[in-house]
Unconditional design. Structure first.
Length: 260
């Protein structure tokens, strides 16, 4: 036991030396591609970290994500390691199965695991706009080990043929989205944006669980489906195309409690 403090110190030094080369605005390189990383506040350097991998929107980069008030502030105070990959030409290849960006996203997680002690049971993927579409693509073809997907203002076609799915899907969409219009179902079915996952996860009939608000100026109507293979949650709001304040933080609060 007397050697334990030395072992802990050695582990801290090891991970610190591996991680110090790239944090914040300094990218971590994987060949010719890169990603950004933001450590949580007050991390002790040893405790395994839950991970949120977030795909940026069109014409953005990871430099924005690691300082974004509606993303990074939610991970920093919750002990979550934020990974922000950079899309080639500032966008993502999500249009067809077999995306090279899915391969890249997996490489980002594995590279981060070589730099940090990550908790493989708590890997979350999120994205906004085209980044949400990419989060769907990644979950659809390499999402078997994902604790949850958190998608904001974006989705793939409900006719996609997915080979994998995360344990849990959480989607938020605005009814007045003028950029990626709300994927309304037949006869005004507002639950259609998650039809693919409800089918794939063998979900029961949905139940209304809203309304709720993270901030008083925006109210969500929530529907939840309990499924044989997981859970699907859809938050619908009346506004447009943006990342709602505290939406990511609220999902992490609920998911981390459920995991622990």
């Amino acid at each position: 036991m007397r050697h334990l403090p030395f072992l802990i110190a050695a582990l801290i030094a090891l991970f610190a030396s591996q991680a110090a080369a790239c944090t914040g605005q300094t990218p971590c390189m994987i060949g010719e591609r890169s990603y950004h990383v933001l450590e949580p506040d007050d991390w002790d350097g040893v405790t395994p970290l839950p991970v949120l991998l977030h795909f940026h929107g069109w014409k953005r980069q990871g430099t924005l994500i690691v300082r974004h008030d509606r993303i990074a502030s939610g991970t920093r105070s919750r002990g979550v390691l934020l990974l922000a990959p950079n899309g080639e030409n500032a966008t993502w290849d999500f249009w067809r199965p077999g995306s090279p960006d899915s391969v890249f996203a997996r490489a980002v997680i594995d590279d981060a695991a070589a730099r940090y002690p990550i908790d493989r049971e708590q890997i979350f993927v999120s994205g906004y706009s085209f980044g949400a579409n990419m989060a769907w693509r990644f979950a659809c073809e390499d999402g078997a080990d994902l604790r949850a997907m958190l998608a904001i203002s974006g989705a793939l076609s409900q006719f996609e043929k997915c080979t994998t799915a995360p344990q849990e899907v959480r989607q938020v969409f605005g009814l007045d989205d003028q950029v990626l219009p709300f994927p309304m179902g037949q006869d005004g079915d507002e639950t259609y944006p998650v039809q693919l996952w409800r089918t794939l996860l063998s979900c029961e009939e949905g139940r209304a669980a809203g309304p709720w608000s993270a901030r008083e100026f925006l109210t969500f109507e929530r529907t939840v489906w309990d499924c044989s293979s997981g859970r699907v949650t859809l938050d619908v709001h009346p506004a447009g195309h943006f990342i709602p304040h505290d939406w990511i933080a609220t999902q992490l609060d609920q998911l981390l409690v459920a995991t622990n």
